[in-house]
Each structure stands twice: as C-alpha cells, then as structure tokens.
Design a protein around this ligand. Structure first.
Ligand code: ZN
Ligand code: ZN
Ligand code: FE
Length: 757
C-alpha cells in the first residue's frame, strides 16, 4: 500500500541546507516526491510505504541541519500520483508568507578545514561559506531567500561553483552566498584616502600594518570594525583619541580558546558560549596579565572577548597577535559603519587603512554582547547572530510595530505568536541613527511581511522614536509607560502573563505624572499596572547634564538630607565643587532646570561621586560600573532607609536620607570607597526584598520580575535574586532580551497587543 503525504514545515528552514537534507533523507527511505522552498518555509511531498514514511518523519526533526529550527510540521494525506523519483523544485511564493530567516553565523568547521588546506580550491579564500555557515540576515534584501534577492546578486557563479550550487548532495547546494577565487567577492586594502594598495595578499599586508601599530578598519559581516594590536598601548590610546572614546572598554578578538584562557577566567558554561555558533562578545573576568594594554578596558575587571567568526578574522588571527582590539567602527554613539564609501568618509582620519570587500552589507548588525549573571546567560546587546530569531508569545494578536526607547534602541514586530526584536539600532539622540531606525523598520517589515495595524511607543514626547510613531498615519497608536514596558518584557520572554510584582530600576523613563521615573515597584499584568512604591523624588540640577555629571546628583542628595548644612560638610565632592554649590542650590530652590526624578541610576551616580570615584562620566553607565568594580568583597553591612506609605496607603516612597547620613559618616571615618560601595549595594538589595515582602502581603503575589538597566550590575542582580529566593519568591530575570532599554520594544508590543484585543 502506497501513501502520499504533503508536509508544510515552518521555522528557520531556508538557507540552512534543509532541502538537500530532505533530498538525502527521502532517498534513504526509498520515497519519491519533491521538496521546495515556499514563502512559509519548506513544502515536501513524499510517496512510499507507510513504514518508510514514518521513518522519514521521525528523522526529519531528529537529524535536521544544525542551523535549522523547526517550529511546526503540518502533515496532510493526499492521493498518490505514482512519482518514481525525488526532486528539488523551484521556490514558490504563497499569499500569506512567513518564512523565518536564519541569522548570520560563523564559518563552519568544514569550511575552516578547506580554508587552511593548500590543496583546496578555496585555500585562503576570505569569503568561503556553505549551507551551514556564512552571512544571511545582513545580506538579504527580500524574501524568499534566493541569491538574486541578496547582495550576492552581482556575482555570477563560475562553472565549478554553479555545479556545487546545483548538486543536491553537495554541502553548497543552494548556498546563496557561495563563491570562490574565480567568481566571488574579493578583498581590497585601501590607504587612508581610499586608494587601493597593490598588495599581493591584502591579509598578509594587513597583519604587517597592525603589527606596525596602524589602525585598520576591517569590513566584517554586519559592519566595520576598527582594529589595532591590543598589546600596543600607543596604538590603543591613539584609537581612543581618534574615536573620541575616552574610557569605554574596547572588545578584543583572540585567535582561540587557549589565548582567551590566558587572559580571563572561563567557566565550562562560558567556554561553550564563546565557542558557540553565535560567536558573541562575552564579558569575562580578567586574569592578571601584562600583555594587554591597560587602556583597552581601564578600571574594569572584565574583558569583552570574542573569537574569530568570519574567514577574514581567521586569516588575520592566524599570526602572532596576542589579541586585537575589534571595536565597532563608529564615532561615539553614532551607528555602525557598513558601506565602503561611507567608511572612507566617516572613518577618515580615524583609520590609517581600510580592508574592504565588494560584497555589500544590506543591513547593519553589531556584535552581540553576552555575560553570565546569577548563574544564567544574560544578553546585554542582542544583535548579530540572534536577529531575526523569534521570541515566542503566548497568543496570537494584532500585527504591532513597537518603536522602543531613546537609548540602545531596538524595535519589535509581532506576527502570529512570534515577536521579532530587531538588531541593536543604538542611541536615537543623533539624526544618523534615526535614518538607520527607519531603514531597519522598513527592512524588518519587508522580510517578515508585516503591515502593522498598531504602533506602540514610549510616553516621552521628545524621544525620536516616539515622534516617528506619532507621524504615522492610518494606524492605531498606543503609548506604553517605560517601566511598565520593562517589566512586561521580562514576563513575556518567559512566556508568562502574570500577575506579578515588577521591579524596574533604571536611569530614565517618562512617568505618568510627567516626572522622570526610574525605581518603580509595580503590581502588573499585560493589561494594567499599579505603582506600589518608588524612591523619593530628588531634583536633577541641570537636567540632562545631571545624567552625565554625577557630582550634581551627589550635591542634590546631600541637599535633600542636610539642607543648608551641605555648605559646611567636609567631603571630597563638596570641596571639589564648592565654587558651584551656590548655583546648584539656587537652581534646586527655584526649580530652574531641575526636574524631579525617582531614578535609581541617578542614585548610583550620586553614591559614586560621594565615594570619590567618579564626578563626570565619559560614557553612559560609567559611574555605576566603577562603583560596582570598587566594591569590597564579603561585606554584609547596609545603611538605613525609610519606607513611607502615602496618605491613602496605595503607593509608598523610599527615602535615603538615613543612608546619605551613613555614607557621610563613613567618609568622615575614612572608610574607603570599597566599604561604602558594598554597604550601598546591600542597602538596595534590602529595599528590593523589603518592598517585595510588603507587596506580597498586600497583593498575595510571589512572582517577581526584575528589569531595567540597573540590573546589569552583577552584584546587585545576583544578591537580589538570592535574597528574594530565600524569602520564597519566584524570581524572573532577563535571559533572552536585554534588561536595558534594548528590551523594552518587546514589552511595548505585548502591552499594545493586549490593549487592542
Ligand atoms: Zn561552511
Ligand atoms: Zn566560483
Ligand atoms: Fe529603561
């Protein structure tokens, strides 16, 4: 008895070697029929005995190619046709299309072997790839994923490549970016003015230039890196100066895991992440070393390390480098550079040389940044290698575009039960990023075939992403409070709907009362939230300036606590800024450019300045980072604080006057910043635990979601999770989306979907 089955497979099944896999599997199980890519995924018809059909179906999920992810298999029995062979057919477009596109991946082991095999025809070919590896998301202009809809379109395959491309049994069968020395993209080395340097081997020449101390802009998968030898202090400092990046740590790339082990402590779990196909930047605790220039990651206990992931990286690091600085090629906070001409223009005067190639990058993607926190993986920047993977949602709903926040912007699109968070777009405070934002919205809508009926946005009227949303026509607009979006994103990424207690600690977010929030305790679900507590409001003297000059916040907290007594305090921050005191106090008294805030980030800033660690920041988050790094270990003391319920008992405020007095006393008693930092961190943990217990008593909830940029603090997160768990809470932290503003688009999208149900 013969049977014929039609299978529709959805998930990441295109551009990952799925059809050749199906082809060989069908042959193995003596089945006839066909396989093709359609705009939903892969469609298969198989005809044969019931036994063979069952064997095929079982192996389909079990043995699927490494880069594929099967989301669903829809099976339907249809009449037999009497096919005698199994064939691969042309792609077919369907009206309702949702194929999932694979992220970009690192070069695979098979390709690496060929890359370094002198007998192979692709020996040292810098763009070697196959169906199991190479560029995807960053070169795709439209779907279905075929070569002529990618930036490989201009390259006509040579007969040998074409043969591989058309042979179902070859591992390059329908590998869209396939190419070789004869027919594929090529590297060029340019000088600072864009003139090609007639180097026999651009890679060898690049290695020599880097060893000589040059800064080389290297075109990669999702954009350019700026590279220098990480052991050459003068080169690293020169790069800092040219890039206007004074102290923010640079990521480094090392040849292999052994080299990484020389520089950092690596757990078994971290080793697995470092070596994984994602090849992220992983933050790892430094070992003492005198090899890497101190200026690579000054005053930081961590290195951001990644391993080579493109053939070009492997070729360059197959040399004597201890490590290369590989930092995103941009001027501070501007978007990553992707085009050759753009690179020559924007990086003019920064890079001494340019190692470029003629395969265009269609859409930018920065390196993803990960670290382990509280025993789990946490994503600080979700970008190359993770985009456009879907985050599964609990239910179907409207197609929504969520526009994200102002800093670390990402956007989110929903379709069916999937949320697609975009690659990292960046700080929206410059016009260039807005252009990239619009480009990314358009690209993601196109490749996912989403036409949003609803646009979700932050409540802040001046955010560029909000203004973009408000300019769109014929869509429903839904504003979502910033910290509500934070805590919902945490619930949603865990496929939970609440209700729960939400703790959102971060720098800035527009509050319902028009003030700047940032230390919020909520009870919430996808539809509602109630603000149960927050830190006492304090003035931000100087507004935005206070967010980058922590001394202003220190003065503000001192003034709250001591009033005019601040003038007679003998503290480093007061003495240092004594000539500014009068102006700052007047500003706060007369409420001139001194908006009120409950921001937790600003409290960290204030304590960093009080502890004589950081008065003015050169990059976002520097003061809290240095406060955390300064911490004395194994110290359990904490300062006093006060929780004050309001009149009707619904929302409490948390006052830190007692803590500020405690810190001042510690300074007067010559306690070092390490002790102050520990006591401060422990105080914040106590506040979290204390407040959550109060809310549990009132509302009967024991599920807590922690979200917001402050939870990038390893000590705080680890200790808060442990303390809450000891007290019997179930604690959710971010694992799949960033806890910083890079994650809020997901929360916005989920809230908006619920609101228009
Ligand atoms: Zn490969
Ligand atoms: Zn070729
Ligand atoms: Fe935030």
């Amino acid at each position: 008895m013969l049977k014929r089955l039609n299978l529709q497979i959805e998930g990441i099944v295109q551009g990952v070697g799925f059809r050749p896999f199906v082809f060989s599997l069908a042959k193995k199980h003596n089945l006839s029929g066909w396989v093709l890519n359609n705009s939903k995924g892969v469609e298969i018809e198989i005809e044969g005995t019931e036994h063979d059909g069952k064997g095929f179906l079982a192996a389909l999920r079990e043995k699927a190619p490494s880069l594929s992810r099967i989301q669903s298999v829809h099976v339907q029995e249809i009449p037999v046709t009497g096919d005698t062979s199994f064939v691969i057919l042309e792609s077919r477009e369907l009206p309702d299309r949702l194929p999932l596109i694979s992220p970009d991946t690192d070069v695979c082991k098979d390709c690496l072997r060929e890359l370094f095999d002198p007998a192979d025809r692709r020996y040292r070919y810098p763009f070697i790839n196959c169906t199991n590896c190479g560029p995807r998301f960053t070169i795709i202009k439209d779907i279905p994923y075929d070569r002529d809809r990618t930036t490989m379109q201009p390259f006509t395959m040579c007969p040998e490549c074409e043969h591989e491309y058309n042979n179902p049994l070859d591992r390059r069968f329908h590998a869209q970016p396939v190419g070789c020395w004869q027919c594929g993209p090529r590297l060029m080395l340019l000088d600072g003015n864009g003139n090609e340097i007639p180097a026999g081997d651009p890679i060898q020449k690049t290695i020599e230039l880097l060893l000589d101390g040059s800064i080389v802009a290297i075109k990669g998968l999702g954009g350019f890196h700026l590279a220098v030898d990480a052991t050459a202090t003068t080169s690293v400092l020169r790069l800092r100066e040219q890039k206007h990046r004074e102290e923010k740590p640079f990521a480094i790339m090392v040849r292999d895991i052994e080299k990484a082990r020389h520089l950092c402590c690596i757990s078994a779990e971290e080793e697995e992440i470092l070596l994984s196909r994602l090849k992220p930047i992983l933050l790892l605790r430094k070992k003492p070393n005198d090899l890497i220039a101190e200026s690579v990651a000054p005053r930081n206990q961590f290195f951001g390390i990644m391993l080579p992931y493109t053939p070009v990286h492997h070729l360059i690091l197959d040399s004597s480098f201890e490590a290369l600085v590989m930092t995103s090629a941009n001027i501070t906070e501007e978007p990553l550079t992707k085009g050759n001409d753009e690179a020559l223009e924007r990086l003019h005067g920064i890079a001494d040389y340019f190692l470029v190639h003629n395969r265009d990058i269609h859409i930018r993607a920065d390196d993803s940044i990960l670290r382990t926190m509280a025993g789990k993986l946490s994503i600080q920047r979700r970008s190359r290698g993770l985009v456009p993977l879907a985050i599964p949602l609990l239910e179907k709903g409207a197609e929504v575009l969520a526009c994200g926040g102002e800093l670390k912007n990402t956007i989110c699109l929903t379709k069916d039960t999937n949320a697609f968070l975009s690659q990292y777009i960046g700080s929206m405070d410059n016009a260039e990023t807005l252009r990239i934002f619009i480009e990314s919205v358009d690209h993601l809508q196109k490749i996912l075939q989403v036409k949003p009926e609803v646009i979700a946005h932050d409540l802040h009227p001046d955010y560029r992403a909000t203004r973009y949303a408000l300019e769109q026509h014929n869509v429903k607009l839904i504003g979502v409070q910033h910290h509500f979006a934070h805590v919902v994103s945490c619930l949603a990424e865990h496929s939970l709907a609440g209700p729960a207690i939400g703790v959102a600690f971060d720098g800035t977010g527009y509050g319902d009362d028009g003030l700047i929030w940032g230390s919020e305790f909520f009870t919430f679900d996808y539809a509602h939230y109630v603000r149960k507590a927050h830190f006492s409001y304090v003035p931000l003297p100087g507004g935005d300036a206070a967010a980058i000059e922590p001394y202003r916040m220190a003065i503000s907290y001192l003034y709250q606590t001591f009033k005019d007594g601040v003038l007679s305090l003998d503290l480093p921050v007061v003495n240092r800024y004594r000539d500014r005191l009068g102006t700052l106090l007047t500003m706060m008294d007369r409420k001139i450019n001194s908006p009120l805030t409950s921001s937790c980030g600003r409290l960290f800033d204030a304590v960093a300045a009080l502890a004589d660690l950081r008065y003015v920041m050169t990059f976002e988050g520097q003061a809290p980072m240095e406060l955390e790094m300064a911490m004395a270990v194994d110290h359990d003391d904490f300062y006093n604080y006060q929780i004050m319920p309001d009149e009707d008992g619904t929302c409490a405020t948390i006052s830190f006057d007692a803590m500020v007095r405690g810190i001042v006393k510690d300074i007067e008693n010559n306690m070092g910043p390490g002790i102050i930092s520990s006591r401060f961190h422990n105080t914040i943990v106590c506040v979290i635990a204390d407040m959550c217990e109060r809310i549990r008593k009132q509302a009967g909830l024991d599920l807590v979601a922690l979200s917001g940029g402050v939870f990038q603090n390893l000590y705080l997160l680890t200790r808060a999770v442990a303390t809450l768990q000891q007290k019997g809470f179930r604690v959710l932290t971010h694992e799949h989306v960033p806890t910083n503003d890079g994650g809020i688009a997901l929360g916005q999208a989920v809230v908006a979907r619920r609101a228009c149900r």
